[in-house]
Structure formats: C-alpha cells, structure tokens
Design a binder for this molecule. Sequence first.
Ligand SMILES: Cc1cc2nc3c(=O)[nH]c(=O)nc-3n(C[C@H](O)[C@H](O)[C@H](O)COP(=O)(O)OP(=O)(O)OC[C@H]3O[C@@H](n4cnc5c(N)ncnc54)[C@H](O)[C@@H]3O)c2cc1C
Length: 443
Amino acid sequence: MKRRRFLGGLAAGAMAPLGAARAQGGAPADPAAVEWSRRLPVRHTADVAVIGGGIAGVSAACAAAKSGASVVLVERFAVTGGDLTAGGVANFCGKMTGQGEVFDEIVRDLTAFGALDGTNIHYEILAVVLQELLLRRGVKLLLHTRFVDAVVRDGVLTEAVIAGKSGPEALRARLFIDCSGDGDVARAAGFAVERGREGDGLPLPMSMMFFVRHVGADETRPRLPEGWFSPVRRQEDLPMTSVWPDGPGANALKVKIPMFHSTDTESLTAAEIRGRRRMLEVLDYYQRVEGKPWRLDHCSPIIGIREGCRITGLQTLRVDDLRAGRRFDDAVAMGTFYLDGHKPDDDKRTYILPKDELDVPPYQIPYGCLVARDGRNLFMAGRCFSADQLALSSARVSTTCSMMGQAAGIAAALCAAKGCAPAELDPALVRKTVEDRGGDLRV
Ligand SMILES: Cc1cc2nc3c(=O)[nH]c(=O)nc-3n(C[C@H](O)[C@H](O)[C@H](O)COP(=O)(O)OP(=O)(O)OC[C@H]3O[C@@H](n4cnc5c(N)ncnc54)[C@H](O)[C@@H]3O)c2cc1C
C-alpha cells in the first residue's frame, strides 16, 4: 500500500472545508485567519466578577463581598497576590495605615504569622493570607483560570469567557472589575487603552526577582559554565540590581529588564528568557568577581511587570495632579509614593525625571479613574487604572493598588445593589464607604 506523507495528508485535510465553502458560493476564507466559535456553559454567575487576583483584585473582591455582593475572582496562577507573590516583589511601599479595612486585615494577618518585617513580606505566607481572606468573605475563587474573552452586548459586558482545567466556560456578572494589570478585559472588549510612553509606547521596565542563600565553601554552588551567555566582569557593566535583605543568610535580588511589553505574547516570552539569562549573568558576577557565598535558591515564576496597559477612564490621573497634590471632590483613594518612573529604554539606575523632581505630595485618586470610559459596566483598579505613565509610576505601588481595589469593589457592589451603571453612581457614596471603612483620603 502506498503511504501518504504526513504533511501532504495534513495539507489535503486542511484544504477540504475551504474548498467546500467556495463550492457553496461562500467568500474565500482568509488564509491568515480562522473563524472559531463554540457554545459555552454559563458555569458561574455573580453580581461582581473580578479578573486578576493581585493585591488590587483581592482588595476589590473582598470589599465587594463585604458590601453584600456575590463575587467571583478569576486568577490565572495557583496563588493570588500577583507581582507581590508570583512576581517575588515581597515588599509594601507607600503608607501602610489608612488604606482601608482590607489592607488592615492583610497587615494584621501577616503580623500574626510573623510574616511582616517592617515593609518586607514573607510572600509565601502572603499567598496564604490572601486566599484565606477571600474565602472568609465568601468570594468564589477560581485559580488556574485565565480570562480569555469578553462578550459585549450594546456596550454591556455580559459574560467573561474564562478557561481553566475544566475547559472554556462563561462567567456571567452584572459588573466587571479589570485587575489584570494588563487591561485584558478592556482589550478583549475593544475598549480604549493606552500603552507606555508617549511617542514610542515603551512601558516602564520589568525586573526579574530571584533569591539566593549563603552557603559554606564546601557546599555545591551551581555556576555559569564557560561559554554561556555574556558574563559581567565589571561593576559598571551590571544592569540595575537591587540586593535586598531577605532574612539572615539569604538575599533577594532584582535585575532590571527594559524594552519588553507584557501585552505581547512574544515580547513577554522574550522578557522571561532574557530575565533568566540576566539572573545567571548577574549571579556569576557576584560569585566570581565579588566572591559572594551565594547559591541560587529560586527565581520568581513570572517576571515583575511595572506597567502593562492603562485603561482609558472617565477621568485620567496626570502627573501634574500629583505634583499639585490635587484634591478631587470624588476622591476614593490616595497615593503617597514618589514618582518611581524608571527610564523605559535603559537597564541602569536611571529615571525619566531628574532625581530632584521625583517627590510628590500625597495626592487623591478620583472615582472616574476607576471607571472605563467605554462600555457601561467595567471598573478597573491597580496597575491598569486610568493614568499617564508618570502618575502610574507612583500609584502602581501595592498600598495604593489595594486602596484603588477596595474603592472599585465598594463601587461595583453599590451599582449591583442599585441596579445602576458606574457612570450613574454618585461617587460621594463610594467616598463615604471608603472613609467609613478606614480609608484616609485627607491630603
Ligand atoms: C520589580 C518590581 C518591584 C516592585 N517593588 C515594589 C515595592 O517594593 N513595593 C510596592 O509596594 N510595590 C512594588 N512594586 C509594584 C507592585 O508590586 C505592583 O505594581 C502591584 O503589586 C500591582 O498590583 P496589581 O494587583 O495591580 O497587579 P498584579 O500584581 O500584576 O496582579 C494582576 C493579577 O492578574 C492576574 N492576571 C493577569 N491577566 C490575567 C488573565 N487574563 N486571567 C486571569 N488572571 C490574570 C495575574 O496573574 C495577577 O495575579 C514593584 C513592582 C515590580 C514589577
């Protein structure tokens, strides 16, 4: 019997439906695209769906649940906490008091576990603290579940298409909160977003976090073999590397990886590859040149992402608002951190602004920065809120992301209870609840 070559068979099979469509008079299919549709079960329904379980998403889900809303939280990884846990950041910046009751509860639980040392967090414990907080509040948590697509009817997001190990399914909700950091919901819905620096769209640099242990001279210490990658031989050739204390006998290291986009699959892949290579090059420098007794313990499973995609809101926070310490009648969150705007196209310790222009006074974040301009029922909080790049460089810190999340959760629950759209809600109600729950909005 004559055997058909595999490739030939595949090509013939692939052409069959195309030929059939033509024979029936259909338009020739686009060879560079494929139509794909599938009937999905609506397996989850909620008043509020939160996409992304970083500190913003957890705070949003917990606050909405406290207000009596039914809440589903969708997280693509095995743990919540995002940059802080999976990204290995493990440190709170900004003001740690007056952020509201959700953040207070996180701090209280971390303290009870002995997992908070000043602002340094034991991030494995944080992952447990966050999951338990969500469960205590009755949030339905879906882990290993990725938001894939949005179903939009007349500007209303009706369902999120999500995919976990059970396969693709639909999550129906009245209000959605995009806490993906990358504006995944807004992008899938076709709503307006902004990316990176004006002109070339370059985002704030990513950084790879990795962890070392100190070992004795006789213990094995994997090293970079000769001929691999580009070893660093002089201190001035190092990329910006921060070495943190991470407990006795161990350190956390953060290496800057600029010029990659977290919303582009191939660029993000390249960033992860570059990040792991840089990790070994930098570690090799410290081992060989500085003689540090360091053994690689582990690398974060995901590179740290400072900026993904900012969703265009009813209002946009601008760096000049921060410089002026601007007050807003509809303030629902506060920022207290300096303009941590690392230069997007450099891996050294360089900033967009001169050092003496980085400080800003405490500033308010208005409600409209948490409401998507497009569509009728999408909020956002955390790294993908509506801001310009420099305003984001300050507001992206974890304390402020938590406060934004809390405000968005409160607002979404209010909308669900009143049956109104975010744009119709009186921000004064949100502000009052934020303050009643311990959020300090005074500048
Ligand atoms: C290197 C680095 C150092 C930093 N240092 C500090 C610091 O010292 N102190 C500080 O306070 N802040 C620091 N930050 C900033 C801070 O950690 C983050 O900006 C903040 O934690 C972001 O919170 P978030 O919830 O908005 O986003 P993220 O933490 O990014 O959370 C987004 C979540 O959404 C999930 N997600 C994304 N897409 C999908 C999808 N399609 N489906 C399902 N889930 C999805 C992700 O898995 C993630 O869990 C640092 C950031 C970086 C990168």
